[in-house]
Design a protein around this ligand. Sequence first.
Ligand code: TYM
Length: 329
Amino acid sequence: PPIYFSGIQPTGTPHIGNYLGFIRPWVQLQQTLPKDTRMILSVVDQHAISTGPKNREQFRCDIRRMISSLLACGVDPKRCLLFRQSDLPEIAQLTWVLSSLQTIAKLNRLPQFKEKASKYSNNAVPLGLLIYPVLQAADVFIFRATHVPVGEDQSQHMNILSDLALSFNINYGQEYFPQPKQVTTEIYGRIKSLRDPTKKMSKSDPTAKSRIELSDTKDEILEKCMKGLTDNLGPITYDPVNRPGVANLTDLLGAISSVKPSDVEGWKTTQLKEKLAEEFERMVRPIRERLNEIEQGDEVDRILKENGELAREEAVRNMTEIKKIVGFI
Ligand code: TYM
């Protein structure tokens, strides 16, 4: 039977790229997949320190905030196993086993690694950044997952996962890890920055106005939408090549409402921005309110404890099999 697995970095509050590209589709899968299809969701705190150490207090808050946000968005801990990556030391152990099946050269060539590495001076690039995709493979493989719902930006990593599954199975002479299938929705897989339609919306973008977060207030949403990049070429026409900013906002509106590009032709850009803010507020408001409630309670601690134990049992069981295959036992 299929096993769906995904992970999300605890970057604090998710932005609408995370939401539309991953969280909302995941919540839909919870409702549509047959009940016997397992779903596992990991908050990948180990991945989050691959760029270097974090402020401890802030990091703790960000982890809790991410888990509360997932719950607020409708992630159902009864339907899916929601846990924290660092509670399962077997994942790091499997990372080590996989690390010798992957070459430095291949990891070095990944565009996402190159981009992140370019922010450091040559001699200061952390090893964690390079082996990031191997840790991601271990996340998926420890549960022998078959399907991985993610945004389009994860495609490069998914290729590494395919390589590694194949390489492990060939080298150890058995079909142990299934080939994981990427599951990405076409329209929502790549939500772009509000300030720059050539970039994806991202938590690491220094411009906070480039993204809307799920805890943003009505006023913040309006302000960010009004500052969204457009042009001064007059009333709206849908022309992604010559008017990428306008097309981006139009696409975003289409993604969260029933307003199609043809409906907004001839509008003023301020009209489009106001409508976009209104629709975002409609989408975000119930989540923001739920998030506030959840943060008052102690649900998060309870879920982490119970699910952490369940997930751990399974990880230990599979790691024992892997140890036998590798020859440790
Ligand atoms: P992360 O934490 O950056 O993002 C979480 C999810 O949100 C999606 N996403 C987007 N989708 C559409 N448009 C955007 N602008 C956008 N920004 C982010 C991501 O594709 C992702 O699905 N490496 C992963 C976390 C991870 C993982 C895993 C995922 C670790 N291990 C195992 C799947 C399986 C990451 O950094 O996602």
